[in-house]
Design a protein. Structure first.
Length: 107
């Protein structure tokens, strides 16, 4: 399992990229060197609480969003986890799951 610095750095990078903000631009907003931000995003360095607060404000997110690591799973890993759980479900739960998947496909 990845450590907190790595997970948090990856999450910051993902949010930054989803908002089409370059690393250089975010570093400028944070008043830090791009190399420092790069080290944070790669999990090489941890940040101070002040820097964390600046990042939250600059990215326009809530603190809890930065620590939501559930999304860091590949599609193949998610499928594997779902398949592993299927054997534990009762027939009624499997039927419910099937109907739920059908409804999701209709969206």
């Amino acid at each position: 399992m990845k450590n907190l610095k790595t997970k948090l750095g990856k999450r910051i990078q993902e949010i930054r990229k989803s908002k089409n903000i370059t690393q250089e631009k975010l570093a400028e907003i944070l008043d830090m060197e791009t190399t420092n931000l790069s080290n944070i995003e790669r999990g090489k360095n941890f940040m101070t609480a002040d820097t964390l607060e600046k990042i939250i404000n600059a990215l326009g997110v809530k603190a809890k969003d930065l620590f939501d690591f559930g999304h860091i799973t590949t599609s193949s890993k998610l499928k594997e986890l779902i398949i592993d759980q299927l054997d534990t479900l009762s027939k009624n739960k499997l039927q419910y799951l099937y109907k739920t998947i059908q409804n999701l496909n209709e969206l």
